[in-house]
Design a protein around this ligand. Structure first.
Ligand code: RFL
Length: 397
């Protein structure tokens, strides 16, 4: 039965990567905290999303003793392959830029590890508890009003509230419009996000730019692969049969020239509108935003979960310094420090979106954009300095 009322120095909203990294770090330093999570435990375990963790993310998790699972079960990944109208090429980014690699580890496994670690250390969490609103964040008595799955209302008092409850959570909604600037961009691109019960077909992340639209391939485990297919906006997620999906993936990824994909049952499908948005600042009084609650980034460059972990560490240090040493420097600089990284990631993600998608119109502007996209791809194929730049931005946050 979820706890309806209570208090803690830090009330963390959301048990995703941001909320759980933060809660683990706070708990390790003896800060009194609680996590309020809308979903039930089994839902968190089934929530497949990210998989590519940047080297810096792994270093953060290692620094705090949170990387055992990904060290045991994750695997490193260092190659991406582009398939285009001008042929295909691979980039081994471990040999470029800073020589860093990704670690592939499903987000739901990371969440499971973080949760296990937090509970083993005696952490408090209340599942089935939805934050409805953060109240009084700009005053002396901040609190979070909550509702349980069976409709019971409650209230948690806090000194600080960490909004790690994603894009549609209560934290964002609780900041008055006049206290925040919202920067949004709809990239006008829609993907079908697919999870296939099939081993990966390439030893690389595959990006196919095709006149019928983008197709992507990303390994998850030896038995699961994520695919993306660009589709018309408004396409219902279940409108394509498994067979149509595989035929289209084969076509766009050039199966005839480069070999067929390893097929399997499509076990998850969602429609993803590529959108980005950022809130500035990431603080409203006692309320701080981290992860997707702070900024939404399109999955084109696999940055969202990585930003979430990075921000969680920065926020943990800031709150620990303030609560244990009365040192406010971290809480005062948190927003600016995060925003510099967020905008850098947004810029790269935007660059990737333009690289990977053909303009579909037949007008002059679309034809022009398709030529500049092709030229950008050619530079990536041929220029070592462009490849170094790409590698550094692709694996880094
Ligand atoms: P999460 O993971 O969404 O967790 C938020 C948690 O808050 C809970 N919640 C609430 N709890 C209480 N009260 C409320 N009112 C609440 N509202 C929500 C939710 O139940 C949930 O448990 O946010 P967080 O922690 O900020 O983490 C962000 C990441 O999940 C996200 O950025 C990534 O998944 C993005 N992303 C990827 N990022 C990467 O770094 N590498 C990748 O390879 C990658 N692949 C992806 C992705 C996102 C995808 N989707 C969903 C578009 C692939 C896909 C398909």
């Amino acid at each position: 039965m979820p706890t309806v009322d209570g208090s803690a120095d830090v009330v963390v909203l959301g048990a995703g990567p941001a909320g759980l990294v933060l809660a683990n770090l706070l708990l390790a330093r003896g800060v009194d905290c609680v996590v309020l999570e809308r979903a039930e435990l089994d839902h968190l375990h089934a929530r497949a999303r990210a998989g590519f963790l940047a080297a810096n993310t792994v270093r953060i998790l290692e620094r705090h003793g949170l990387a055992d699972g990904l060290r045991r079960r994750g695997h490193t990944h260092s190659t991406c392959e582009f398939r285009t109208e001008d042929g295909r090429f691979q980039l081994d980014y471990s040999a470029l830029g800073r020589g860093e690699v990704h670690t592939v580890y499903p987000q739901q496994d990371l969440v499971e590890d973080l949760l296990a670690h937090y509970l083993a250390a005696g952490g408090r969490i209340s599942f089935g508890t939805e934050a409805v609103a953060v109240r009084g964040a700009d005053g002396a008595e901040p609190s979070v009003s909550v509702r349980t799955a069976d409709g019971r209302p409650g209230r948690w008092r806090a000194r600080y509230v960490a909004g790690c409850d994603g894009r549609h959570g209560a934290a964002r909604r609780s900041i008055p419009d006049h206290s925040v600037r919202r920067f949004r961009r709809d990239h006008d691109v829609t993907w079908l996000g697919l999870l296939a019960e099939a081993p990966p077909s390439l030893d690389a992340v595959g990006y196919a730019v095709h006149e019928r639209g983008f197709a992507g391939h990303m390994a998850r485990t030896s038995a699961l692969t994520r695919y993306y297919l660009q589709c018309e906006r408004g396409t219902p997620a279940d409108s394509w049969s498994d067979e149509r999906i595989w035929d289209e993936l084969d076509l766009r990824m050039g199966a005839k020239e480069y070999g067929p994909l390893r097929r399997g049952r499509i076990v998850q499908r969602s429609v993803i509108g590529l959108e980005s948005d950022v809130l500035e600042p990431l603080r409203y009084g006692a309320l701080f935003l981290a992860g997707d609650a702070a900024s939404l980034i399109s999955p084109s460059a696999a940055k969202g979960a990585n930003l979430a972990v990075l921000e969680a560490e920065l926020l943990a240090h800031a709150l620990i310094d303030d609560l244990t040493r009365k040192d406010p420097v971290g809480v005062e600089s948190y927003s600016a420090r995060c925003l510099a990284r967020i905008w850098s990631a947004q810029e790269f993600s935007h660059w990737m979106i333009e690289l990977l998608h053909s303009a579909s119109g037949r007008d002059d502007a679309s034809r022009f954009l398709n030529r500049t996209r092709r030229s950008r791809m050619a530079a990536l194929r041929t220029s070592r300095s462009q490849q170094d730049w790409f590698a550094e931005r692709y694996v880094g946050v």
